[in-house]
Design a protein around this ligand. Structure first.
Ligand code: ATP
Ligand code: MG
Length: 565
């Protein structure tokens, strides 16, 4: 960077793009791409890259391609291709007809390799992978030229063609660029362009026995697609000279500009595909869409909305320096979105029976309940109220500590949208555990207000026992028990830091009847419990809900304390 003009209010990538547009570079066009390797499901870090690339195309009336960077047949699979397309669409982006695969360019890439060989800029090398490493040198020591470096063009062409034809076993030869073994940049010390691999590819089948390396494939794919700004993460900064070398030494249609930004890191979770794959493969989680994972599929199942994720990507922005983003910010973005949109509902997660002794047996009343206080247009619904109800176990204490404003013997609380009740008697089971409360209600307090204006401090949610539907509720906590395993004193395997309490399943929850019809993905605010969404496992006979996020906004707290500092 350095030489670009920086426009105030714009992130550095937008500054570069706007300067390019002003200068008429690329005819004023903006064309980006999102280039995932189909070797796993996408995660929240990819979401940042998707929002960035598709967002720039949208804002500068440009285009953004989806390109599968599929040069590693052993690890790639159509399951991943399909999930990636579904996730990008779900996030709200569209590549129209511009779906590409690096494997579509295999023939072109091969011809370009022949071009480099003819120009004396690539050679076939028979050093073993270990030798290649030894000859490469180190950051402080120059590399040593391979003995194969001076092979004639004819011999190189012959060997490379025979590599393709399958005359040699895997690993016998590689094709390397002929650049500079003394370069201070290790990536310029004759990097490998092609290797022999007898592996079936998910798209090209067995038609290729040699596969191009990522660093060679990527610049050419970008150029063939007319990409103007090739945006990638910081670890590719040192690869940029090679990206440029490839394009400068081949008759490609254009020379895209590579721009690097810092990848997104989130605390309390893992983001490398290798680690995610391990958690899935070894069944530490139930699949790629386990709601504890930061995968897009997992976040979706957890109840995250595309709006919340896009907003998160916007807030974290792009920078040149690596940093760790707090998980609380991601959760904050979800709350902001759902607070406006989620219908309120009553669900008792750990039920305690309350019998209202002065309420007539068999009587049922319908009380009016607002669907969303943040959105008057959301209307109201009728909730059945009757003599027996469920309240939350936590809303009662036999020996209440000071400032416990909920129910305890002799005390009164308000039932949300219904009546005041007073606890008259505590019933216990044989083990001495509280099994039922016997209460009386004030018939004059309907709607939650009394005639004499007497006040109570506590309001509880409840569900009529005769009308309640049984449900399963899954509560989630952080995937890891430490914010950043790499910052721990002892270096242990990341799995040692998995939080054993990341999932709690509550099997006998009681929910209001209207929730029984919830369809997978429908979201709600369960009063005082958080935001929840119906899980794909949900059936009308057993609704299943995931807690997406609690109501406690620790991000707002962090922000406040930072402002006070
Ligand atoms: P991982 O390192 O997790 O295995 P990757 O970077 O190899 O993933 P790709 O499929 O190559 O995954 O990534 C596709 C695009 O998404 C790349 O342009 C990459 O830079 C970007 N990307 C991947 N992880 C992040 C992240 N954490 N933050 C921002 N962008 C990311
Ligand atoms: Mg990658």
């Amino acid at each position: 960077m350095g030489t670009e003009e920086i426009t105030p209010g714009l992130n550095f990538i937008r500054s570069i793009i706007e300067a390019d547009i002003r200068a008429g570079k690329n005819g004023g066009r903006v064309h980006t791409r999102f280039p995932p390797e189909p070797n796993g499901y996408l995660h929240i870090g990819h979401a940042k890259s998707i929002c960035l690339n598709f967002g720039l195309a949208r804002d500068y009336r440009g285009l953004c391609n989806l390109r599968f960077d599929d040069t590693n047949p052993g690890k790639e699979d159509v399951e991943y291709v399909d999930s990636i397309m579904a996730d990008v669409r779900w996030l709200g982006f569209d590549w129209a007809e511009r779906l590409y695969y690096a494997s579509d360019y295999f023939e072109k890439l091969y011809e370009y390799a022949l071009h480099l060989i003819r120009a004396g800029k690539a050679y076939v090398c028979d050093l073993t992978p270990d030798q290649v490493r030894q000859y490469r040198g180190t950051l402080t020591e120059c590399g040593i030229n391979s003995p194969c470096r001076e092979r004639s063009v004819e011999e190189n062409l012959d060997l490379f063609q025979r590599m393709r034809a399958g005359e040699f076993p895997d690993g016998a030869y590689v094709l390397r660029a002929r650049i500079d073994m003394a370069s201070p940049n290790l990536n310029m010390r004759d990097p490998v362009l092609y290797r022999i691999r007898r592996e079936s590819h998910h798209r090209t089948g067995d038609s290729w026995l040699i596969y191009p390396m990522y660093d060679y494939t990527h610049p050419i794919s970008d150029a063939l697609e007319g990409i103007t700004h090739s945006i990638c993460t910081l670890e590719f900064e040192d690869h940029r000279p090679f990206y440029d070398w490839v394009l400068d030494n081949l008759p490609v249609p254009c020379h895209p500009q590579q721009i690097e930004f810092a990848r997104l890191n989130l605390n309390y979770t893992v983001m490398s595909k290798r680690k995610l794959l391990e958690l899935v493969d070894k069944a530490f989680v139930r699949g790629w869409d386990d709601p504890r994972l930061p995968t897009i599929a997992g976040l979706r199942r957890r109840g995250f909305t595309p709006e919340a994720i896009r907003n998160f990507a916007e807030i974290v922005g792009v920078a040149k320096r690596e940093s760790m983003v707090d998980m609380a910010l991601l959760e904050h973005c979800l709350r902001e979105d759902l607070n406006k949109r989620a219908r309120r509902a009553m669900a008792v997660l750990r039920p305690l029976k309350v019998v209202i002794t002065n309420y007539p047996e068999g009587k049922v009343e319908e009380v009016d309940a607002e669907n969303n206080p943040e959105d008057p247009g959301a209307g109201t619904r009728m909730l059945p109220f009757s003599r027996e109800i469920w309240i939350e176990q936590d809303d009662f204490r036999e020996d209440p500590p000071k400032k416990f404003f909920r129910l305890s013997p002799g005390k009164e609380i308000r039932l949300k949208h219904a009546y005041y009740i007073r606890c008259d008697e505590v019933v216990k089971d044989k083990q001495g555990c509280v099994s039922e409360l016997r209460c009386s209600y004030d018939p004059e307090s309907r709607g939650g207000w009394t005639k004499d204006g007497r006040k109570v401090l506590g309001t509880s949610h409840w569900v009529s026992a005769a009308h309640a539907v049984d449900a399963e509720v899954r509560l989630y906590d952080k995937l890891l028990s430490v914010p950043d395993p790499s910052a721990e004193k002892e270096e242990k395997d990341f799995k040692e830091y998995l939080n054993p309490d990341s999932l709690e399943i509550l099997k006998d929850c009681k929910i209001e009847p209207s929730l029984a019809e919830a369809k997978s993905g429908d979201f709600f605010q369960f009063l005082r419990q958080g935001y929840f969404c119906a899980d794909p496992d949900s059936t009308p006979s057993l609704p299943v809900f995931n807690r997406s996020v609690t109501l406690r906004d620790s991000w707002a707290k962090i922000e406040k304390s930072q402002q006070e500092k």
